[in-house]
Design a protein around this ligand. Structure first.
Ligand SMILES: Cc1cc2nc3c(=O)[nH]c(=O)nc-3n(C[C@H](O)[C@H](O)[C@H](O)COP(=O)(O)OP(=O)(O)OC[C@H]3O[C@@H](n4cnc5c(N)ncnc54)[C@H](O)[C@@H]3O)c2cc1C
Ligand code: SF4
Ligand code: SF4
Ligand code: SF4
Length: 363
């Protein structure tokens, strides 16, 4: 039986750990409590006595492929980037949500719709934790869900405030434990592709807390960028901007830095390699291939979100929310816009898969 020790050998030691928190969350959720997380977010075996050698942590790890066939079958997965039922470009109706959102605010709009209709009693999201770091958050009121939108800089305290150890990745699955403790039975999860994969694996195994997660909203992901003080300085140099002038940023085809004077700086993603978290180099999922609905900015005009609907659950949710909390972008040539967006996603997805294969070969 493979256990956490096998994860250490096969995933952590070769540098493949995504720090998704999946193993730790599920070990804790089932009350084993054998694992803890070190200050870098890396799970470790803290109490050997508590390890029952159930092997669950091993099976659900996104880097372990023993359940890949099951989750692909369950999701109706197909080449080249998972099941695609529909693609849209859309935005949240509420101006305040749009203003705070990363792109069009569709993710937040969908969550608000679910909450207002009583279809969820909470959402696992993130919130800024003060130093430009995101931390996992279980939002259980309308206000909290609305406040989870976006991905903003607060530069009012100067550069130093957000320089240390900033990472745009958040192990949101850690919040699953508090969800169970609070007895929440209907929850939506917003996560990166690796986090959605871990959830789907628990579904395939039929273990807690997958039965409480009714909706998986995935974000497109070209990588997790670690942004400490050195990286911030280099980024400003490459982009030719001052941090004090930054209004917000987002990731689409490139890394976009929106300045307070209205100018937008654009940095090609490959130029961010110096700050990419090592494990992300091996990751092959760009488009959140196992989510109910996957969202990104790529292919959409500024202020809009590109949306891929992948499951019947996702389709029902999107259709119900349309006209309530979100609406479709009213483009002149919608068909062309969507076809172009899909092509861009496909290209980004293929490039990520190629890069992942190349890096794995070099291991
Ligand atoms: C690390 C990262 C990399 C990304 N890379 C790309 C990319 O290469 N191409 C692309 O097109 N799109 C990418 N995205 C997705 C994009 O930035 C937007 O999140 C997406 O378009 C949804 O926008 P929205 O306005 O609809 O979401 P919003 O309504 O603003 O909601 C965003 C939701 O995401 C949650 N969230 C924010 N940051 C994180 C985080 N670090 N971890 C987990 N949840 C988070 C928020 O809590 C909120 O629930 C990336 C996102 C992240 C976090
Ligand atoms: S108890 Fe199970 S899930 Fe927890 S560390 Fe041991 S093998 Fe992994
Ligand atoms: S489940 Fe996630 S955190 Fe745990 S070893 Fe695997 S990749 Fe790392
Ligand atoms: S690239 Fe994105 S999905 Fe892949 S491991 Fe990194 S954060 Fe997770």
């Amino acid at each position: 039986m493979k256990t956490f020790a096998s994860l250490v050998e096969e995933v952590q030691k070769p540098g493949l750990c995504h720090l998704c928190g999946g193993c730790l969350t599920f070990c804790t959720a089932i009350n084993y409590g054998a694992l803890e997380m070190d200050e870098d977010g890396m799970p470790y075996l803290s109490d050997m006595e508590k390890c029952t050698e159930c092997g669950l942590c091993y099976s659900i790890c996104p880097e372990i492929n023993e359940l890949d066939d099951d989750i692909r079958k369950n999701a109706g997965w197909s080449e080249p980037m998972g099941r695609i039922m529909e693609t849209h470009v859309a935005h949240a109706i509420e101006p305040e949500i749009r203003q705070n959102a990363t792109d069009g605010g569709v993710v937040t709009g969908l969550l608000l719709h679910l909450f207002e209709e009583g279809r969820i009693d909470g959402a696992i999201v993130t919130k800024p934790s003060g130093r430009l770091q995101r931390e996992p958050w279980l939002a259980i009121t309308r206000e909290e869900i609305a406040a989870s939108a976006g991905f903003y800089f607060d530069t009012s305290h100067g550069m130093k405030r957000f320089l240390d150890g900033y990472s745009i990745y958040t192990p949101s699955t850690r919040k699953l434990k508090s969800m169970l403790q609070q007895g929440l039975r209907k929850v939506a999860l917003v996560g990166m592709p690796c986090q959605i994969t871990a959830i789907r694996k628990t579904e395939a195994l039929g273990v807690l807390p997958s039965d409480s997660i009714h909706y998986c909203l995935g974000l497109f992901c070209s990588g997790n960028f670690f942004c400490g003080s050195e990286q911030q300085e280099k980024l400003a140099e490459i982009g030719g901007f001052e941090w004090e002038n930054v209004q917000k940023y987002n990731i689409k085809e490139t890394f976009l830095i929106h300045l307070k004077d209205g100018e937008t700086k654009s940095i090609p993603l490959e130029h961010l390699d110096f700050m990419k978290r090592p494990a992300c180099r091996f990751c092959a999922d760009y488009a959140a291939e196992f989510a109910d609905i996957s969202c990104g900015g790529i292919g959409a005009p500024e202020g809009q979100t590109t949306v891929i609907i992948r499951t019947q659950t996702g389709r029902r949710l999107f259709n119900d929310a349309c006209g309530q909390t979100i609406e479709l972008f009213d483009a002149k040539d919608k068909v062309n816009l969507i076809a172009k967006a899909l092509k861009q996603i496909e290209a980004a997805s293929a490039a990520k898969k190629r890069l992942s294969a190349k890096h794995r070969q070099a291991l």
